[in-house]
Design a protein around this ligand. Structure first.
Ligand code: GRF
Length: 223
């Protein structure tokens, strides 16, 4: 008997993710572009900004993503802000969270609610030049006279910039570099690495154990 049904095979819904931002939003934009190119199988269901005015919010709105402003400094404590962030992430049913230029230190309750599901991108080769936001790590790298710098995507844990390293991209530090030129070279690496690391996490390729990560072969994943 021939199958006369014209049912199309079901395309699985991409996993929902949230992106936390505070400023420019170039990494958020890189995430949207990677989704558009089909390199990141995800849907940005929520963008949370710690600031009410941020170019990143505009990028999110233009892409039609839901936005929320949750400014930790307007709460009595970091824990109170954390509870509101956890509720928003749970309401949006996100599978993973990306910190993309998110300035506040995330409350431990948020990390606990999404264990091994939050990624951060930092503009240095961690553990060197941990802490601080751009352009401080880049300025510190120049001041130290290092010859190689870069960026790191890591799993967010309760300790700032100290979670398991997922991926790093190195760039040379040139003799005539300024903070701005080094920052731009590192940023290009961030834009490649954060969407890639998100894809690895969401596709189940990342194994995280004893503070280290391993990447399984693509064929070994569930997708
Ligand atoms: C990036 O340099 C990132 O490494 C750091 O903050 C900056 C954010 O840039 N955490 P953008 O807002 O994504 O353009």
């Amino acid at each position: 008997m021939s199958d006369t049904s014209d049912e199309q095979p079901k395309i699985p819904k991409p996993p929902e993710i949230a992106v936390l931002v505070s400023g420019r939003g170039s990494n958020l934009d890189a995430i949207f572009r990677a989704i558009e190119r089909g390199e990141l199988h995800a849907h940005v269901s929520l963008v949370i900004s710690s600031r009410s005015v941020a170019p990143a919010l505009e990028i999110a709105r233009q892409r039609g993503a839901e936005t929320r402003v949750i400014a930790p400094k307007l709460f009595a404590s970091r824990a109170e802000a954390g509870a509101v962030i956890v509720a928003a992430l749970q309401d949006a049913e996100v599978e993973a969270v990306a910190l993309a230029g998110y300035k506040p230190i995330l409350d431990a309750s948020v990390v606990a609610a999404f264990p091994n599901r939050i990624l951060n991108v930092h503009p240095s080769l961690l553990p060197a030049f941990a802490g601080g936001m751009a352009p401080k790590p880049q300025a510190d790298a120049l001041a130290a006279g290092v010859k190689i710098s870069g960026c790191t995507v890591h799993i967010v844990t309760a300790d700032v910039d100290a979670g398991p390293i997922v991926a790093q991209a190195a760039v040379p530090v040139l003799d005539d570099d300024t903070v701005e030129s080094l920052l731009a070279r590192i940023l290009a690496g961030e834009h490649r690495l954060l969407p890639l690391a998100l894809e690895w996490l969401l596709s189940g390729r990342l194994r995280i154990e004893n503070g280290h990560t391993w990447l399984a072969a693509a064929s070994a994943t569930q997708r």
